[in-house]
Ligand binder design. Structure first.
Ligand SMILES: CC(C)(COP(=O)(O)OP(=O)(O)OC[C@H]1O[C@@H](n2cnc3c(N)ncnc32)[C@H](O)[C@@H]1OP(=O)(O)O)[C@@H](O)C(=O)NCCC(=O)NCCS
Length: 223
């Protein structure tokens, strides 16, 4: 596709896709792709279902996207306060990125988030990803898991602990029935480390969760 411009600077360019910050124009394609029971079933409960326009707007606000259209029913609400809410003193280390084809087509989402609040996991991030069904089976998730993981473990990425140290570990937790995602992680070089039996609750059901990890020495071993 010619004439397509990325709305924001691409952050990570891979062979077949780009990981970049979300933009307001992602709202419609994101909601259309994410509103799918075959995606929701393998995401954590925080992933909305149905994934409607309001859910999409809420997510893009979390991602600090500017120039969003108003929420439906916004006219019925009282005017927003003019003073900005107090900014958090500690910036979030979480990173939320849209996955786009090289022609700019939105295909899904990925990101890294801090593991726990007590600081003992501060050298780790948890990776997450989803791909719109229309784009499954093209190797995109494998490319994203490999590319984002390796990038995040590189000191040049700027993904550092609060005390300025490079990350040492990227972790993924996969429901034991999610064979596609397990395959993605294994192909991307993550090591299957074990099962947290009944580790999470999903739709009121306890789920075994398989833990995969990628650490810096895995990268050295695969070079
Ligand atoms: C899991 C997911 C991200 C994979 O995306 P994708 O871009 O299709 O992944 P890839 O093409 O890189 O690889 C998927 C592989 O799993 C295989 N696969 C798909 N369904 C499978 C199943 N039920 N059992 C075994 N393998 C399966 C595919 O055939 C493919 O392997 P192949 O290339 O050898 O044919 C996508 O299905 C998705 O978004 N699922 C819902 C959300 C989700 O599970 N997110 C991850 C949470 S941990």
């Amino acid at each position: 596709m010619t004439g397509s411009v990325f709305p924001t600077t691409p952050l990570i360019r891979l062979a077949n896709c780009v990981l970049r910050p979300y933009h307001a124009s992602d709202l419609d394609p994101m909601c259309a792709a994410a509103n799918d029971p075959d995606i929701v079933r393998f995401m954590r409960d925080a992933f909305p279902s149905p994934y409607d326009r309001e859910a999409g707007l809420t997510w893009l606000r979390i991602c600090h996207v500017e120039d969003l259209p108003p929420s439906e029913g916004a006219k019925a609400l009282p005017p927003a306060p003019t003073a900005a809410p107090p900014a958090s003193k500690v910036p979030s280390p979480d990173l939320h990125l849209a996955i786009c084809l090289l022609d700019g087509t939105f295909v899904g989402g990925t990101g890294l988030r801090a593991m726990s609040a007590d600081g003992t996991d501060r050298y780790s991030r948890e990776i997450g990803y989803w791909i719109g069904k229309e784009f499954w089976g093209r190797g995109l998730a494998t490319e994203v898991a490999r590319g984002l993981g390796r990038w995040a473990l590189s000191p040049a990425s700027g993904q550092l602990t609060a005390d300025g140290q490079p990350l040492r570990r990227i972790e993924a937790g996969v429901y034991s029935e999610n064979l596609a995602s397990a395959k993605v992680l294994e192909r991307a070089g993550y090591v299957r480390e074990g099962v947290r039996r009944q580790g999470v609750i999903k739709n009121g059901q306890m789920q075994d969760i398989v833990i995969y990890g990628l650490i810096t020495s895995d990268l050295e071993a695969s070079q």
